[in-house]
Design a protein. Sequence first.
Lengths: 265, 539
Amino acid sequence: MRIALFSTCIVDGMYPKVAKATVDILERLGHEVVYPQGQTCCSQMHVNSGYFDDAYPIVKNHVESFEEWDFDVAVAPSGSCVASLGHQQPMIAERKGDDDLARRANQLASRTFELSELLIDVLGITNAAEQLDSYFPEHVTYHSSCHGMRLLGLGTRQSDLVRTVEGIQYTQVEGLDQCCGFGGTFSFKNADTSGAMVEDKVANIEKTGASVCTGGDVSCLMNIGGALSRKNSDVQTIHFAEILASTKENPLKVNGPVSLTGGSK
Amino acid sequence: MSVTQLGMPQVRHGVGNIFETEPFPKYAERELKNEQLRANLGFATHKIRDKRAAVTGELPDWQDLRTAGSMIKQKVMANLDTYLEEFERNFTARGGHVHWARDAHEANEIALKLIQAEGVDEIIKIKSMATAESGLNEYLEENGINAIETDLAEEIVQLGDNDRPSHILVPAIHRNRTEIRDIFRKKIEGVDPNLSDDPAELAEASRFRLREKFLSTKVAVSGVNFGIAETGTMTIVESEGNGRMCLTLPETLITFMGIEKILPTVEDYEVFLQLLPRSSTGERMNPYTSTWTGVTPGDGPQNLHVILMDNGRTAALADEVGRQALHCIRCSACMNVCPVYERAGGHAYGSTYPGPIGAILSPQLGGIENEFNSTLPYASSLCGACYDACPVKINIPEVLVHLRGKDIDAKKAKKKQIPTQMDGLMFGAKKLFSSGKLMALAEKGLPMSKLVTGKDHKISKLPGLVGGWTDYRDIPEPPAQSFRNWYKKERPSETKRVAGERVDIDALIAQNKNKVAEAHAAAEVAATDKPAPKTEETK
Ligand code: SF4
């Protein structure tokens, strides 16, 4: 299958290794991955901040860059950005009176999947150890990001895949369905409330005793990881794509000094 | 009432207690430092949350009920004028008097005249959001009339010095038992000085104070949960029974009703009697449900009035996306599940309506252009818990985002306004996000960001607007190279177009329809799950 990767702007700029891990997993399954170079962002930051007019050229760019390419299905390692494609892009186009773009945005959204959804629902993966050779001998907990959970209805897809990774130990966090407090620009516009939310989230994560907190959206993981780092906690945040990509031959290392999951050193 | 309109009708916004008194983030910052408040709120909201989840989860047709509730409300909004007139006809035919108020001031004035006509200087009240919205108590007080709240929690708020309700169902949710005991000891005349904080004893102290008032007061003021158009019937659902006393003992009953409270038929009422108690108190049925239709000679109030209050509702109705806020049945489920409300508390929302519903209702009733109301739609992380919980499926996150758009448009329309830091940030990001080529170029500068990174490979202090982020968290060191630029170097020549048929994704999904369950089963078998740590609340 020919799969177009939508890296999302934050993975592209801050967490390239999550996109690399996504490519890695899909190629391991024998699929061809392509990367439409014109892509940038889903426009969610602008939409959620009320800048609808400014969001329009971003939506247009997204739709057009993917239309330039032939592919069977598109994938993004983010529940939030995938949800934005279907829930927000058509609205932004309609608001500008561009019904044609709205229709095309809807069409593209219907062919774009969040990673765990693609793996399970489209590609039929049910066991990461057996079908992906995933190996990660660590104690892991998981944050279920709100948009994937509520807007896409991902249910337990992401954590199910993680739990079938060889060697992994899993502990569910208390208050799994509670928001981490990220909320895009909410995190600095309402910094104190957001800070109080992430403090509680981090406390619950630490209670699990896990050394790693995984999840499906790097934005939430950056929030959680940033608060853990501020506390000098040893717990690290790692996107579940990186865990699925980790194998015995090429294991993902998490030991050593505390470092946030940004960068690609 | 005669209205002279010249030219185009103006949008008439509401007045009264529907405004922020200061920006939400500022108020919240102060409230967040109040450890007692946070503890009270955390405890109370989680308790109601769990009860609600249990009693809604047990109904096999809960989702259908929500859909039915939502559809009935949509029908009401689409034909509000017709239903209101039908209600007026039927209420009047059964001996009641209908008064129309364009805003809260008019509603208060009408109530005052009716009370004065009875020649009393004291009235009793049933907990009512509409009169809290209109500021009736304060208005009556200015005019020499004492309004006594008979709901226990409202009473606590009324007796507490300079206190305000902070929740629509549990107005004193910000108080714990000890605080309530202290208020009662101080404020209830003749109360046992050794009154304990046992809930039964506290309720008894309140009962002792109110019994005499119920029997001696001639006029009661109430709100209403639903007004039924086909019969002119009014209904109140409550827990304590004080409402039943107010509705039956006095000679005159004046009811404040927001114009959106209409239901078309008695049959529709059935849906809401299932939705409301389960969503609000987490009970299968509330203890007291009162319904009254007109005047019955020799039984109950003989003078029956209803004040139909607009106060910005027609303005909200004009907004296609925003109007769903008028579907609200004031159950409070949205605030009970809201992580922002849980931490900032109800007072931070300024208005009578706190929490997620307040964040979308207040700016619509009072106008988003109103100075601080524009901060309300931003008081949310858009996590969506409120939408899941709402018994009439109000898509609160959708309306929040919609109102943010209106706020930005309103600000832009004020031509001379100097662009804010936020405007600048968004403008820059728009330029960048509109072109992959520009992004690639800009990302070449990523190594530059090392300049702001500390020795520990993280950023701990950002300036200006985004500084709020680093007040609570670090930012990781940006990578040396973006994914896009790495990929281009790795794979310089990918072909955009390829011949051949595309895979039928829908067919694949249909074929894999059992895989979600299989993956879950595999996870249950494979995982060496560690037990969750012992805590009071494990979901
Ligand atoms: S918005 Fe929905 S959940 Fe919130 S109080 Fe109204 S009816 Fe209840």
